[in-house]
Design a protein around this ligand. Structure first.
Ligand SMILES: *Cc1c(COP(=O)(O)O)cnc(C)c1O
Length: 400
């Protein structure tokens, strides 16, 4: 406590963040997560900014499955997996995830952040090349940093640039090459062109890896993910993803692929070896979620119906959105102050959404991001659309 200058410099940096409008306050909820939430001040809001795609976060069936696992397996393990932290429920979940994703084996982590942080270093070294999309998630970027492989970056979703980087890595004589991409990019709702990526990988003898955090459970005809959506099930080498979004929403992550890959990670992946086991109630609830969505596509279908409805209606009202089909719907407001005012006004009107400005998105691309859920009713979506219309007119974004 003797270096006062350290604390003053932090205070200054925090003040600068606030001055620049980049300080992120936390919204405190007084209820469970869902289509409607209660704010700390007691107001009910329609929630349009959770990753609760299938509506399972506050869902009673999910909660009951967690409670059953809590009852059977207890609260926690106080151990890493390889010492005394593996229960039958963890092995069952790993098997179920492999079946669901169409892979040989799966390893669980405390978070997708850890899955991505621990996937590269055990598998690749300075003789290899990692070819990564420029907009990949922060956890992929950090994971790549922890690994000695050469780094190549291609412009977001740009297949010509990807091919250029594949040629560069080939000419540099790299032993193994792996193309790494988010299955879905969460700022724009862009879906990676996995069919073309797989083609390029075959042409240049490269491996492929996708992060399915914004896809597992609802992309593709039966919700398997982006690889199902793009018709390349069985052709992706490594799949990472989260249990903290569509697949229940508590926390947890996974890496899935061929058994020798997963076995190597069990032996060498540091966030797995040196971090506690996923709580059994989360494993049990995730297992129940996978069983439920494997039996019926009802939730996935409702999510896509809600998405199609919202995308069509918001454009009809006169807003500009990024085109697409994903439940992430960026409503473009372009200028940062407009987006800020708009999000604040929507909050007054009872709608919770998040605004994004530079540097999170490029200058002039400010927006509010809407995320649809299977839990939204048509009535709630109509209320949200009415609020959009009102706020849009008030702020002169759309015409009367
Ligand atoms: C949310 C997200 C993660 C992190 O997931 P956690 O399980 O919360 O750590 C990783 N990758 C992508 C693409 C994400 O969207």
């Amino acid at each position: 406590m003797s270096d006062q200058a350290f604390y003053s410099s932090l205070q200054q940096k925090l003040a600068t963040l606030k001055d620049e409008g980049l300080f992120k306050p936390e919204r405190v909820l007084a209820s469970r997560q869902g289509a409607e939430v209660v704010a700390q001040d007691g107001r009910t809001l329609i929630n349009m900014c959770a990753n609760n795609y299938l509506g399972l976060s506050g869902d009673v069936e999910t909660q009951k499955a967690a409670a059953a696992a809590l009852e059977k397996y207890g609260y926690g393990l106080s151990s890493v997996r390889f010492i005394c932290g593996t229960q039958t429920v963890h092995k069952e979940l790993e098997r179920a995830l492999s079946n669901f994703l169409g892979t040989e084996d799966t390893i669980l982590y405390a978070a997708a952040f850890d899955a991505n942080g621990g996937v590269f270093e055990p598998l690749f070294d300075e003789n290899d090349a990692i070819i990564s999309d420029a907009l990949n998630h922060a956890s992929i970027i950090d994971g790549v940093r922890l690994c000695k492989a050469a780094r190549y970056r291609y412009a977001n979703n740009d297949m010509a640039d990807l091919e250029k980087q594949l040629i560069a890595a080939t000419e540099a004589g790299k032993r193994h090459k792996i193309i790494v991409t988010d299955g879905v990019f969460s700022m724009d709702g862009t879906i990676a062109q996995l069919d073309k990526i797989v083609e390029l990988a075959e042409k240049y003898g490269a491996l492929t890896m996708i992060d399915e955090s914004h896809a597992s459970g609802f992309m593709g005809a039966t919700g398997r993910g982006t690889h199902e959506h793009c018709g390349v099930i069985g052709k992706i080498d490594i799949i990472t993803g989260t249990l903290g979004k569509a697949l229940g929403g508590a926390m947890g992550g996974f890496t899935s692929g061929k058994k020798e890959v997963i076995e190597t990670l069990r032996q060498k992946s540091r966030p797995y070896l040196f971090s506690n086991t996923l709580a059994p109630m989360i494993a049990g609830a995730s297992l129940a979620v996978l069983e439920r969505i494997s039996k019926s596509t009802e939730l996935r279908d409702r999510l896509h119906e809600n998405t199609a409805y919202f995308r069509k209606e918001i454009e009809r009202i006169g807003f500009t959105i990024k085109p697409g089909t994903h439940p992430v719907v960026p409503v473009m407001l372009f200028e940062a102050p407009v987006a800020q005012k708009f999000a604040a006004r929507m909050f007054d009107l009872g709608v919770l959404l998040s605004g994004f400005f530079y540097p999170v998105v490029p200058m002039g691309q400010s927006r509010v991001r809407v995320q649809l859920s299977a839990a939204h009713t048509r009535e709630q979506l109509d209320t949200v659309l009415k609020a959009f219309e009102q706020a849009g007119k008030e702020l002169g974004i759309i015409k009367n």
